[in-house]
Design a protein around this ligand. Structure first.
Ligand code: APR
Length: 255
């Protein structure tokens, strides 16, 4: 296999010359912002019981679920800031090279970095939705000191607007992600194990529709030997800035 340096050069060239570059991110892109992944030895599911995010459990035990949800997603995640990988992706969009991001993450960090076209496959933690009247509220407007939080409009239980186990993928994000995958000619997967259905089908759709697949992950994933064309083994916060330098050098030498 060629050295990492050669593969970086190849990937940078593919991204710079792509007609339609799409990026797909998983928990790994936010690890260097201090947000642990879900799976693996340091994953969230080693410390917490995933049943607190089961829809049926949540409705029967809202206080119990909300105590854990507040700790993970608001006390802890809420303080995270975009890292070098998020910022590089925002720069790619600003340069006109990136068409869209499809993300499985609910942490809002792509938006905070400055990207504007983001399909959130699993929703977003920074919005709370009423389980009765469906009204949405920015998380910052709801006091989480008293749990479980109640709708300011009708008083019913509020739920984070990200999907729980047993809940359907938001239809808009699902269709827009499938469409983006179909029309991409270069598709970059960053920090995803590829274990979770149906999100893990999106890169497969891209591959089957003819896209070349670049993957950034310190560990091989389910994608690596199945669909990846160029594997960049390393952390997103290190690989993305290296790729950007090559893309920018290449552009300036062409001007
Ligand atoms: N840079 C890039 N990738 C990294 C880094 C890093 N610094 N650190 C870890 N990774 C990789 C891991 O090697 C792993 O392949 O990130 C991946 C994280 O895997 P998961 O935790 O399974 O995350 P993801 O694939 O996004 O999970 C999908 O599972 O529970 C659900 O809804 C949740 O969206 C989530 C979904």
């Amino acid at each position: 296999m060629p050295t990492l340096e050669r593969r970086l050069l190849k990937a940078a060239h593919m991204m710079r010359t792509a007609g339609n570059l799409t990026v797909f991110t998983g928990a790994g892109v936010s690890v260097e912002s201090g947000i642990p992944p879900f799976r693996g030895s340091s994953g969230l599911w080693q410390k917490y019981d995933p049943q607190v995010l089961d829809l049926g459990y949540f409705h029967h035990n809202p206080l119990d679920s909300w105590r854990v949800i507040r700790e993970i997603f608001y006390d802890f995640f809420g303080k995270a800031k975009p890292n070098a990988a998020h910022l590089a992706l925002a720069k790619l969009e600003e340069m006109g090279l990136l068409r869209c991001i499809i993300t499985q993450n609910i942490d809002n960090l792509h938006q905070e970095a400055g990207n504007t076209i983001i399909h959130e496959f699993h929703g977003n933690s920074q919005v709370l939705r009423c389980t009765q009247c469906e009204q949405h509220f920015p998380a910052g407007e709801i006091d989480l000191a008293v749990l479980p939080p109640k709708c300011l409009h009708c008083g019913a239980l509020l739920k984070p607007d990200f999907i729980f186990f047993g809940e359907a993928i938001p239809m808009d994000a699902f269709h827009l992600s499938q469409e983006a995958a179909r029309i991409a000619d270069v598709f970059v997967i960053i920090g995803s194990t590829g274990e979770v259905m149906p999100a893990n089908q999106i890169p497969v759709i891209a591959k089957q529709s003819g896209a070349k697949i670049i993957e950034i992950n310190p560990e091989p994933s389910h994608y690596t030997h199945a669909i990846t064309d160029v594997y960049l083994g390393g952390k997103a916060g290190e690989i993305m800035p290296r790729l950007m330098r090559k893309i920018e050098n290449n552009l300036s030498s062409k001007n």
